[in-house]
Design a protein around this ligand. Sequence first.
Ligand code: IPE
Ligand code: IPE
Ligand code: MG
Length: 239
Amino acid sequence: MTDLPRHVAIIMDGNGRWATSRGLGRVRGHEAGIRTVEQVVEHCARRGIGVLTLYAFSSENWQRPPAEVGALMHLLRVFLRRETARLRRNDIRLRAIGRRERLEPVVREELEEACRRTADCSGMVLNLAISYGSRDELTTAVRRLAREVRAGTLDPDAIDEECLTAALDTRGLPDPDLLIRTGGEYRVSNFLLWQAAYAELAFTATLWPDFTTAELDGILADYGRRERRFGKTSEQVAS
Ligand code: IPE
Ligand code: IPE
Ligand code: MG
C-alpha cells in the first residue's frame, strides 16, 4: 500500500490548446475540461483523497478577452448547478478560495449556495480556486494582520508561520502534498505559493480535457514512491 497524498492540488491547464488544435473555439476546450473535472473529482473521492484543490480561474485570468471570461463564469455556474446534488451524493464538501467579491453576484451566490448545500458532507473537500492568486491572498492576509496590530489586538511578535497560515483563504486545510500541472508548462502561475512550499510536483504534457483517471493513478503511484525529506537526511527520514 503506497502513501496517498492527503491534499492534491491541480493546475488544470491546456483547455484552449486542446480546442484550437481541433479547429474549435477556446470555450469548447473549457466545456470539454469540465468532463475531466467531474471524473477526477469522483475518482479522488473514491480513492480516499482528503482534499482536492482545483485551480479553475486565476486573478490573472481576468485579463482574458471578456467573452472568454464570461463563458468561463457561465460554465462555472452550470457546473455548480448541475454538480451540487452529485457532490452531496458522494459526501463531498465544496469550499472555495479566491476573491469572491470580484465575481458577478449571480456567480457568487451560486458558489455560496453550493458550499452551503454541501456544508454537512464529511468526505472529501473539493476546494475550488476561483479568482484566486497566491500573491493576492498573501497581501490580503498581511493587510488584515496589520489592521489587527493597529487595533491593538495582535502583538507583532506573535506573528509566526502558523498565524500567517491561519490568515490565508486555505485556513484549516492541510498543505498540498502533491501539486499536478497538466498542459506541458513548467510553472506554478501564482498558485498556492506559501502552501506548496514542500509539495511534490508532477508535470504532464497531457492537455486537461485529455487527462484521465488512469494517468492520475500513475501520478499517485509515483508520489507513493517518493521520499519526502523536508530538509532532513534520508537516514533521518528512514528512522
Ligand atoms: C486552463 O486552460 C483553464 C483556465 C486557465 C481557465 P487554458 O485556457 O489556459 O488553456 P491553454 O493553456 O490556453 O491551452
Ligand atoms: C493557470 O493557467 C491558471 C489556471 C489553470 C486556472 P494559465 O493558463 O492561466 O497560466 P499561464 O498564464 O500560462 O501561466
Ligand atoms: Mg493555460
